[in-house]
Design a protein around this ligand. Structure first.
Ligand code: TYC
Length: 108
């Protein structure tokens, strides 16, 4: 039986390339404001970003002091969904808390 051929005449490899492509990752960045309560931000970090209470406190304090901070890093669809979740939870609670999504490549 002849070996399968590709168009260049070489044998067709069963697995052309085993090198994995890394997906582009996106940061969900929480922004500080003067009105959202610290407890609400901690709850959001625990519920939406699956942080432990200690991690959530640290991230919240970082955002409070520095003005912004990374809540988590995900593929695009997940990052957008989590940022939307933050917006709707904040809106429902009457807080101005905001989260933005940015590509990790644009990190300064
Ligand atoms: N600065 C807010 C306060 O003093 C707390 C806060 C932290 C708000 C992080 C938003 O993303 C935020 N109540």
């Amino acid at each position: 039986m002849p070996e399968r051929q590709d168009q260049t005449g070489g044998a067709v490899k069963e697995r052309a390339d085993t090198k994995k492509q890394e997906p582009t990752l996106y940061q969900v960045v929480l922004l500080n404001d003067d009105y959202t309560t610290m407890n609400f931000v901690i709850e959001v970090l625990e519920d939406v970003f699956q942080k432990t209470p200690a991690e959530a406190y640290q991230i919240m304090m970082h955002v409070h002091v520095k003005g912004r901070g990374v809540a988590g890093v995900y593929i695009w669809e997940v990052a957008e969904t989590k940022a939307d979740k933050v917006a709707s939870l904040a809106r429902d609670a009457g807080f101005p808390l905001r989260a933005t999504v940015r590509s990790e490549e644009h990190t300064s």
